[in-house]
Design a protein around this ligand. Sequence first.
Ligand code: BEZ
Length: 212
Amino acid sequence: MTVQLGTIAPDFTQDSTEGKISFHEWLGSSWGILFSHPKDFTPVCTTELGAAAKLKGEFDKRNVKAIALSVDDVESHKKWLGDIEETQGTKINFPILADADRKVSTLYGMIHPQANDTLTVRSVFVIDPNKKVRASFTYPASTGRNFEEILRLVDSLQLTDSHSVATPANWKDGQDVVIVPSLQDPEVLKQKFPKGFLAVKPYLRLTPQPNR
Ligand code: BEZ
């Protein structure tokens, strides 16, 4: 199954390190980051879970709940948590779904058989408070993800949801953004962007980040 942007994130009930989770209910009115790991007791996954846990304060600021998945069972996950805590210097402060039956990984298309027919790839799904999938990306088992990039992605989604802007290449929170091309009315432009804008080209208009 392909989970496409703009569709409702598939709901499921599955066991986790924090007990049984009914996904939509667990998300409540938060944003969600669902990310998969190929397997327990693997080096890259160990560092990724530590990196995600250290960003809890940043996730909280953005009203984001993180949830990981690995295809092993809860008993295995719980043993692994001790290693993660010891080696990464942090407690894991979000649930890790157990997916020994591959229910969630199949639902979300996290198993790419040409890469590996039993283990999940490194999928990330960003889900908004309306349960819509707003972004997704996939890395191979050999490459750990950049969790700061996930925060940057959430920042862009939250900003562009509430202002008529888009974020350019390599944008970081606080930097200039671009005005969406559909906005042309000079009065509306003046009202929405009181700090003004620089039209480098008619379609490339830079403006200071409006919520700053
Ligand atoms: C890892 O997390 O380190 C890993 C998992 C599966 C294959 C290769 C690396």
